[in-house]
Design a protein around this ligand. Structure first.
Ligand SMILES: Cc1cc2nc3c(=O)[nH]c(=O)nc-3n(C[C@H](O)[C@H](O)[C@H](O)COP(=O)(O)OP(=O)(O)OC[C@H]3O[C@@H](n4cnc5c(N)ncnc54)[C@H](O)[C@@H]3O)c2cc1C
Length: 438
């Protein structure tokens, strides 16, 4: 008889798990609390969906995940993601190793997954929120004996109103806000806390898994921008500039990234800031004195920058400070530098000493912004923390109950920006979907 699998959550990882399990002959049901599958997936990559990355390395993931990532990537790396989407008829395109659907549309990816789910006869239950999992004594995968056997009532006794006759199959009952579903295995794919308003990602899985005895690592928003101290001064209008951005705790450099930095009247963001945020958010939440330092001349080494400054000294003539800076930096940053140094733009350069002029220009190499907070879960792309990998086996089953699997962002795994998080979702989904169906 086909194994009956319930998947809690129809996002990237849950849909992928459903396809692998159903292709392996399992009877699969997805329970999704939204009225569509893949809501977050359809918003990824600015609507283009960065599926994976050809530069796939363990160190693109959080430290806790790295040691195990090698074998997982060997089983289902970027090539396998591309092949998987090929099997769904999705042609992909590489942009410097960043893999997108050739259509340039995330909806192509979501529709292809949904079409395959329909073709395979997977049942999808919409608008039901999984609340808990009941484990019957002696469930196929339950190795805990009486401990934690049945978490909330005897699943076997309750047959009324169950979706799928109770006793038909194994020892798990997935309880939603409206129904009860019995099955042989459960795959938890409920995602994270990122984007709660837009995607309904409210971290339900952390609570459910904690009830099952799993440990949950503290969660923080990641791939996120930061609010900066306004008293130090921020530009009056948004600035976008290619720059190096470094984050420091005191004098200790925490992270350094290069890319297009955005500085707004509220704070600092952009891809390099989001990349670095994974190393910084915890300290920021602990109110540690973290600051960002922006180098607007990343393509100059120290010697070249020194020469550039000396070259600028040619203009210590009849110009005003505003005129002196206008060809040097972004106008909003020029205003910011002058206001931080309490210098008016009408000031004559002849009244500014060469050492003071150098000091002004040095700001463009090391402009500091004190971080006061991060922009929160709604603005974050992923959540760092979650179900501890120590509780999860190589095929993503809970070590104390191999009929319960956890996949995707629910786990304590987060990757860099650039297709790594979807890679993780598809990788964990494919491995768990296959294993659960055996
Ligand atoms: C704006 C944005 C852009 C991004 N762009 C990229 C990108 O280009 N490339 C990349 O690699 N990553 C990107 N990410 C990250 C990526 O989208 C996630 O890491 C990935 O979707 C996680 O997959 P998942 O299946 O674990 O969770 P999700 O895709 O969030 O799926 C979880 C599903 O579970 C459902 N659910 C939750 N709780 C319950 C419950 N109690 N009962 C039933 N259903 C429930 C949710 O409604 C949801 O459908 C982006 C994220 C955001 C927010």
């Amino acid at each position: 008889m086909a194994k009956k699998i319930i998947i809690a959550g129809g996002g990237a990882s849950g849909m992928c798990a459903a396809i692998y399990a159903a292709r392996n002959g399992a009877n699969v049901t997805i329970i999704e609390k939204n009225n569509v599958l893949g809501k977050k997936l359809s918003m990824t990559g600015n609507g283009r969906c960065n599926l994976t990355n050809l530069d796939m390395r363990e160190d693109c993931f959080n430290a806790a995940a790295r040691t195990r990532m090698k074998s997982w990537l060997a089983a289902f790396g970027a090539t396998e993601v591309i092949r998987f989407f090929g099997s769904l008829g999705v042609v992909v395109r590489s942009e410097d190793g960043y893999i997108y659907p050739a259509s340039g549309q995330a909806t192509t990816v979501v529709t292809a997954l949904c079409d395959e789910i329909r073709r395979l006869g997977v049942t999808v239950v919409y608008e039901q929120q999984v609340k808990r999992i009941e484990v019957a004594y002696g469930a196929a995968g339950d190795s805990r004996g009486s401990f934690g056997g049945n978490l909330s009532g005897d699943a076997k006794k309750d047959s009324g109103g169950n979706y799928g006759a109770e006793g038909d199959c194994g020892g798990y009952v997935v309880v939603t806000d409206k129904d009860r579903f019995s099955c042989d295995a459960v795959i938890m794919a409920t995602g994270s806390l990122s984007g709660p308003k837009t995607t309904m990602s409210t971290g339900d899985g952390y609570y459910i898994c904690r009830q099952l005895g799993m440990s949950i690592k503290d969660t923080f928003p990641a791939l996120v921008g930061f609010k900066c101290d306004r008293e130090d001064g921020l530009p009056q209008a948004g600035v976008r500039s290619m720059a190096n951005v470094s984050f420091y705790l005191g004098t200790e450099e925490l992270a350094r990234e290069y890319g297009e930095v955005q500085i707004t009247p509220e704070g600092i963001s952009g891809i390099p800031v989001m990349q670095a945020s994974r190393e910084v958010v915890k300290l920021v939440s602990e109110k540690k004195p973290v600051y960002a330092e922006v180098d607007f001349f990343p393509d100059y080494d120290d010697k070249e920058f020194e020469a550039l400054k000396q070259d600028m000294m040619r203009f210590l003539d009849k110009r005003t400070l505003g005129e002196f800076l206008q060809g040097f930096g972004n106008s909003n940053i020029n205003e910011l530098v002058m206001s931080r140094m309490k210098l008016g733009k009408g000031m004559k350069m002849k009244n500014i000493s060469p050492s003071m002029a150098e000091c002004i220009l040095d700001n463009y190499r090391k402009l500091k912004f004190r971080i006061v907070d991060c922009n929160g879960y709604q603005a974050s792309q992923v959540t760092t923390g979650g179900v501890s990998l120590g509780d999860i086996g190589d095929h993503f089953a809970y070590v104390n109950d191999n009929g319960i699997y956890c996949i995707g962002e629910l786990l304590d795994v987060d990757g860099r920006c650039g297709g790594y998080n979807l890679q993780w979702a598809f990788m964990s989904g494919s491995i768990a979907g296959t294993a659960a169906s055996m």
